[in-house]
Structure formats: C-alpha cells, structure tokens
Write a protein that binds this ligand. Structure first.
Ligand code: ZN
Length: 434
C-alpha cells in the first residue's frame, strides 16, 4: 500500500504545482516620483508627482504626495517627466541616404536579413532616445521586415518602441529608386511599383494581408521652384489611382500617409482624402484650409531637409537649399491655418546615430511654442495613430510610457536630446534615477 500512497501524494503535489502555474501573477506595482510632470494636452506642469503603475499601465497620478512606505519607488524628483515621445515618420530599415549612391548601395549590396539586423539597432536606439512609439513609414526595399521587427519587439525578443508599420509603400513605374540603370538589368525598387487603380487596390490588399498597419504612397517627385516662388513637382499617381488606394485602405479601416513635398502632390493627396501629408515643403493656402477642415495631419520633417540639402546641393541639386526657406514659410502658414501637426523626422533618411529629438528646436525656430512642439510628439501624434487611449499622455489606464530629463524642456527644448530615463509599459529601459 505504501508505494501507492506515495504515488498519490506525489500526484497531488504535481496537481498543486500545475494549479499554481495557471493562476495569473498579480501585476507588479511600481511608483515613479517626478519633480515635475508635463501634461501636453493642457500644457499644465504638475509638481512633485507620484505615478502609480500596475503592470504595464498607469493606475494613479497624484500631486504633492509623500512617497508610500513600501513598494518599488523610482526617484526622479530632480527630473522633469513627460509621456514617452512619438516619432510618426521613421525608417528603421534605412541607415541614411544623403545621395542616391548611399541608397543604391543599401538595396544592391545588403541582404534583407542584414538590413533587418541593422534594423534591430535602429529600434533600440529609438527607445534609447525616448521614443516609445513610432510609425515606420516603409522599409525602402526591405520587404516586410518591419512587420518582423515589430513582432520581435512585441514578443520581448529585442528592445524597441511600439510600432505601427507601413511595409513596402507604393509608387508608379519610373518614379522611385533604383532608377537610371540599363533596361537590361533588373534592379530592386524601394517601393512596390503599382500602375492604375486596380493595381493600387490589389497592393493595398496584399500589404494589409502581410501586416501593414498603414499604407504609404509617394505622390510627387522632381521638384523645381517656379518664378513666383511656388515649389512645383511632377505628380506620380493620377487622382484616380490615389482615390482607389485611399478608398481601399479606408474600406479596411487603415489610414494612408502620403509623401507629398510640393504643389500637385499635396493637392492630389488632399483631394483623395489621405490621412497625413509627409514633408509638405510647399502647401497651397486652399489645401491648408482643406487639411484643417478634414483633420488631415501635417508631418513636416524639418531637420532632414536641412540635413540632406548640403549634400544634395553639392551633387548639383541646388533646389534642396531653396526648399528649406519655402518649408519654413509653409510651416508658419500651417500653424496659422490651424492644421494639426504631428512630430515626424524621417530618421533613417539621416543617420540613426543622430537623436531625432533634434527636430524639436527646428519646430520652435519655425514658430511653435515649446509646449506645442511637445504636444506634436505626444498627444497629437497619438491622435494621428489612433492610439489616444493608450499613449500620448501620462494618465490613468494608459501605458506607463514615461521619459524624463534633468532641467526644464519648456525653457530649453533642446534638452529633449538628453533624455536619461525611459520606461515603456512599466518596464525601465534606461535609467539615471537615484
Ligand atoms: Zn520618409
């Protein structure tokens, strides 16, 4: 009888262990104490704030409270806290392309696998800089590798921000690099080439089926400044093509981002009903009005223009220098027209070794107040991404995505390039806390 009793006791132990495993662990409670907390939506600065975090979300935000007796406390009482930053225009699979040669090299000499490995470094850097959410606006010839990077981050394989991805993007035949090669040589392209409304619809269906959160189109190319100072272009898609792409994406509850730098590209995009205008170096007054009315976002990407201008002008394309001035004027007019503006940098178009927060001082130089610039990278960006219930401010039930910096970024916006504390979903990624 004895062996059987032992067996029964052993079985009970196994069953008990299994039951224990099935009971979900209670989420960890953590506290973050901030000397100051910037609330972007209201523009309010709260002092001496205690943020209670349960698991990956914020449970409570209280002012002027002494620290709790127990629990895990992160002391940032000499720091200013902000919601995790959001960059709505990145390219994690691109490592800088000032010249066409830089771009061609990445597509011709690097495998998609190698580019994805470099991409793991880009996403880690994004998070290091304090960007806890990004919208990655196409892989530049690296297929669906952005979907895989997002998957690896979400499963905890590699560190990185929350991602919304656009996969391959679209342009028409002859409009997007690689170009200029012999007709006898088949070269890769930085986009999915589509011609005609039907091919546009099919590409939207295909990209969404393989994991695209956003659809990206390139709406113009070949920029030149007219006598009257207007930045003109050659539109890529016809209005019919753009309308088909936007309609198909919206039908499937997906949004469309349009690369549009000049007159016709912007106009056609606005007419077709896209959700965001990327770059928008020149936007006609009537189109700004429509954007404000329809709630179409403007993602100005100022710094990258300045970054590539010198290199491209040296290579003979002086128009890039003129475009900087035109861009500044457009930014002023967009602000005055009440167009919604979201922070986006095009990082990847410039080296990932540069902190994309370099964009903030440009936005302020071009006419935003510091709080407007911060709002563009937090609550406004969250609106554009449709993530306003999860990110964009430090509030009850949102993700505990918190960054912090010494000093007051409202007095000196360039401090946002010195973020030394980053928390994503309640987990500390980088810390200088005491
Ligand atoms: Zn871009």
């Amino acid at each position: 009888m004895k062996p059987l009793a032992t067996f029964a006791a052993g079985l009970l132990l196994v069953l008990a262990a299994a039951a224990q495993e099935q009971t979900p662990k209670a989420p960890v409670t953590r506290y973050v104490r901030c000397g100051a907390l910037i609330q972007p939506e209201s523009g309010k600065v709260q002092r001496n704030v205690l943020i209670t975090i349960q698991g990956e979300r914020v449970k409570e935000v209280q002012e002027n409270l002494s620290a709790p007796a127990g629990g895990q406390i992160i002391d940032l009482s000499d720091h200013t806290c902000l919601p995790g930053l959001i960059d709505t225009h990145t390219h994690v699979l691109l490592q800088g392309d000032i010249t066409a040669a830089d771009y061609d090299e990445q597509l011709l000499k690097q495998s998609t696998a190698y580019r994805a490995i470099l991409g793991t470094r880009s996403v880690r850097r994004a998070l290091d800089y304090g960007f806890t959410t990004i919208r990655d606006l196409e892989t530049e010839g690296a297929g669906y590798a952005d979907v895989d990077l997002k998957k690896a981050i979400n499963s905890g394989v590699i560190p990185g921000p929350r991602m919304r991805v656009a996969t391959r993007a679209m342009d028409v035949t002859g409009a997007y690099p690689l170009t200029g090669y012999s007709p006898e040589v088949a070269v890769p392209h930085g986009v999915q080439v589509v011609d005609g409304p039907d091919e546009g619809r099919k590409a939207v269906r295909e990209q969404i089926s393989f994991g695209a959160d956003w659809i990206k189109v390139y709406s113009d190319r070949s920029y030149f400044v007219r006598q009257d100072g207007v930045l003109d272009d050659i539109p890529t898609f016809t209005l019919d093509e753009l309308r088909a792409i936007v309609d198909e994406a919206h039908r499937q509850h997906h949004k469309v981002a349009s690369h549009a730098m000049a007159l016709n590209g912007v106009h056609n995009s606005v007419e077709a009903g896209v959700d965001s205008i990327e770059h928008g170096n020149y936007i006609a007054e009537a189109d700004l009005k429509t954007m404000a009315q329809k709630g179409i976002f403007y993602v100005p990407t100022i710094y990258v223009g300045e970054y590539v201008a010198q290199g491209r002008a040296a290579a003979g394309a002086k128009v890039w220098l003129e475009m900087i001035k035109i861009h500044e004027d457009t930014f002023h007019r967009a602000l005055a027209a009440g167009v919604k503006i979201a922070f986006g940098t095009d990082v990847g178009g410039f080296d990932w070794g540069i902190d994309p927060a370099v964009e903030f001082p440009y936005m302020v130089k071009y006419g935003m107040t510091p709080i407007q610039a911060i709002r563009s990278a937090t609550s406004s960006a969250a609106d554009l991404l449709g993530m306003q219930n999860d990110v964009g401010s430090i509030a009850v039930d949102k993700y505990a995505d918190i960054v912090a910096v010494k000093g007051d970024p409202l007095a000196d916006i360039s401090l946002l390039q010195k973020i030394d504390f980053v928390m994503k979903g309640g987990e500390v990624h980088k810390s200088a806390a005491r």
